[in-house]
Design a protein. Sequence first.
Length: 307
Amino acid sequence: MEILVFYELTSNEWQSINQSINQSINSSLTFAVVTSTIGRPELERAILSVQNQTYPCQHYVFVDGKQFWDKVKPLEEKYPDVIFTYLPMNTGANGFYNSYINAIAPFLVKEDIVCYLDDDNWYDTNHITSALYFFEKYSLDYAYSLRKLYDHSGEFICNDDINALGFWRAEVPLAHIEYSTFTYVFNNDDYFLIDVNCLMLKRSLAMALAHIWIERGHGNDRCITQALFDANDRLTGCNTAQHSVNYVYDLLATRRLPPDALTEYHAVHNELVRKIQEYTLQHNTPHWLTPTLFHNNELMPLVQHMA
């Protein structure tokens, strides 16, 4: 999956795209946002980000286990428009995280499009609206956005030009990236990834993919991404090219660094991630920054086709 010529959008073309997107706000399409939680403090931030969408959507929060009910109950009283479901057992135990909830959710919601949001991440206000236009114009089966990366304290690190790029993956030579006295060994990932927080699926497609979620816990969105791409002759997908998901990024969690590096790692984490992003952009043409349709195993930049 490769576009041979990169079409870089001008500011006027982005303005035209945003005008087209804004004109779709009177659509009849309905959106659901699914969040599984164990009552982490960041949940309220996630709820507010859904409530503040410029296009209305219904938020479903699944509390994953009776032991976490008390942490979430005050939010149910505070946000009556959110639909809370309290599960008696922890379905995410044994490393399965949100897999079972994501699998069953499309059978419980009634909206046309199903989106997902982890309880420690949050949306920009235009997240739903930025995909709405493309769903309507191109009769999409799925769409995805891009991510902005933040640390656990809420400090912005950089845009994700590293690994959750959907139709593309960063192709870089093996490198030892150094910052301070810390060295990070950077090699290619061998998979494509649409992050679950960025993913939007037609409900019928989400139902058909339910069994894929439970193949694994950590990395379940890799399995979903592969399933979508395996069916590219039957599905139409789109990259909105909008960095509308705010993602709490921990290099340790995704790269499993050795324990003896922890102290220095925490001190240099953000600058190290920025160095990795800079290195990635030096060795790749950022096709993911252009809205792109994937249909019949062919990638098509959409700027020339915007109405």
